[in-house]
Design a protein around this ligand. Structure first.
Ligand code: URA
Ligand code: SF4
Length: 193
């Protein structure tokens, strides 16, 4: 049975299924248009997200917004979420057990929204959704797994440490937008592997 997103959101907000519930200010449910045909999946909330209870509202969020706009996406028209919904202390990477504890919420979001493409932002989402270790081989490509299409790109926060990735992210989003456009028109797209 597929529930509804408000229900998922309410359960996330009060969730105590892993240790991150103890250190968070706010849990951060996914946010955006439930009719979007693309979902963007990041790693976990950072400081600003934890304070506001919304995904990608800090520096990484600005970089994400800029790249979305560049490719013609309207931020409020897409759906944005994270693998882990509560901030890990000091922004450390989520532990495997935290990823596993939080995974059902992401699965529910995907089941309800049924996007044409899931856009994986960085290694944590890649690991969680495709069981991969490192995005390099598939970056900028569409892959199919269990009947779902995924587009793989860098995490917006990686741009902060590696400015050259800003253009990579923008170019990748343009490719993603083109692929979505083709899918909407029922045309074939190139799938890697
Ligand atoms: N980084 C993420 O992965 N997600 C956010 O929501 C913010 C920063
Ligand atoms: Fe629950 Fe996920 Fe937050 Fe852990 S990170 S408390 S599983 S919502």
């Amino acid at each position: 049975m597929s529930g509804n997103l408000d229900d998922v959101k309410n359960r996330v907000i009060s969730c105590v299924n892993c240790g991150l519930s103890k250190s968070r200010t706010n849990a951060v449910p996914g946010h955006g248009n439930k009719n979007s045909d693309v979902i963007f999946v990041g790693e976990a909330p950072g400081k600003n997200e934890d304070l506001k209870g919304q995904p990608f509202v800090g520096t990484a969020g600005q970089i994400l917004s800029e790249a979305l706009e560049h490719a013609g996406f309207e931020r409020e028209n897409v759906y944005i979420t994270n693998v882990v919904k509560c901030r890990p202390p000091n922004n450390r990477q989520p532990l495997t057990e935290e990823r596993i504890a939080c995974r059902p919420y992401l699965s529910e979001e995907l089941d309800i929204i049924k996007p044409k493409i899931v856009c994986i932002l960085g290694n944590t989402a890649y690991r969680s959704l495709l069981d991969g270790s490192e995005i390099t081989k598939n970056r900028g490509k569409i892959v199919k797994s269990n009947g779902q299409l995924y587009f793989v790109t860098v995490h917006p926060a990686a741009v902060i440490y590696n400015p050259g990735l800003r253009q990579v992210l923008k170019d990748d989003f343009v490719l993603l937008a083109k692929s979505l456009d083709k899918l909407r028109k029922g045309l074939d797209i190139e799938i890697s592997q």
